[in-house]
Ligand binder design. Structure first.
Ligand code: ZN
Length: 288
């Protein structure tokens, strides 16, 4: 297992972690200044500054991406809605390509309309069919331009509104169905916040192997958790044994970045951005 205690060369910052404090161009500058070599930006943050502008800034800073957030949200209650989702995913693939991302992360969606508070139906099996079909269609395009897709299983508390793929096993079943040869075009993003509780986690990470393990996201699970979305903890402040999970990832052949992804309305988003990045660096060394 790699020793992270001496430096932070394998630290990446998911830019949602400081999204409240800074726009993306400033985040790139602040990360570069601290020797952080990779980020994973969100589409709205890129759009706010401009895609080509961000691509140039990344090149100038010599900064890599650890992923691009995000595609997905496939289920819809109408044919037109499903088509719009595919169009949007195609644009996300193109943006990821322009930014030279190693993968486009997919948060696949749940019941159509649920994220806006108005679920169109209660048929989660139908939503999962939409997800499978949506990934299949997006994969055909992503393959043609050489952009890997990473399915991110989300904690089951998000099954209704954000993702009806909720375990690593379920995500890998999709990978095996849609990319049986494990070509590298389709894999998973393992976020400890979503999967730490899963009794099958170690076995499923081993099953995935290096070809399917495309991203590793870290933060911590706070006790108590006060908000379902925006109360993620800094690594070391909660109950996830992150080094153990990283060990399983590396045993399976993963050798990429540990990407810090913290949504924290009542704590980290209220602090000065530099303090947050410095904490990410320190905890990457001591708790990842
Ligand atoms: Zn994540």
């Amino acid at each position: 297992m790699r020793d992270f205690s001496r430096d932070h060369r394998w630290l990446a910052i998911n830019t949602a972690t400081v999204r409240v404090q800074w726009p993306l161009d400033r985040i790139i500058d602040e990360c570069a200044r601290r020797g952080i070599r990779a980020i994973s930006p969100w589409r709205d943050q890129v759009a706010a500054i401009g895609l080509d502008n961000i691509a140039k800034r990344l090149r100038d800073a010599g900064m890599a991406l650890s992923g691009y957030c995000r595609g997905g949200m496939f289920p819809a209650s109408t044919t037109e809605g499903r088509r719009r989702a595919l169009d949007d995913n195609r644009r996300a693939v193109d943006e990821a390509k322009t930014l030279n991302a190693p993968c486009l992360v997919l948060v696949v969606g749940g019941l159509p309309g649920a994220l806006d508070g108005a679920p169109a139906h209660k048929d989660i099996a139908a939503a999962r069919t939409d997800v499978r079909d949506g990934i299949a269609a997006t994969l055909a395009y992503a393959r043609s331009v050489g952009m890997p897709l990473a399915i991110e299983p989300l904690h089951p508390m998000y099954a209704a509104d954000r993702a009806c793929v909720n375990t690593l096993e379920q995500a890998l079943d999709l990978c095996d169905a849609l990319d049986p040869q494990a070509s590298g075009a389709l894999g998973v993003a393992v976020d400890v916040y979503h999967v730490w509780w899963d009794p099958k986690l170690q076995a499923q990470i081993a099953r995935a192997g290096a070809r399917r393990l495309l991203a590793f996201h870290v933060c911590d699970w706070l006790v108590p958790t006060r908000d379902l979305l925006n109360d993620r903890g800094m690594m070391g402040d909660g109950v996830i044994d992150i080094p153990r999970i990283r060990g399983w990832m590396e045993e399976a052949g993963f050798a990429g970045y540990s990407e810090v992804e913290i949504f924290s309305a009542e704590n980290w988003w209220k602090r000065e951005g530099g303090e947050v990045l410095d904490a990410c660096i320190a905890r990457h060394r001591s708790a990842v």
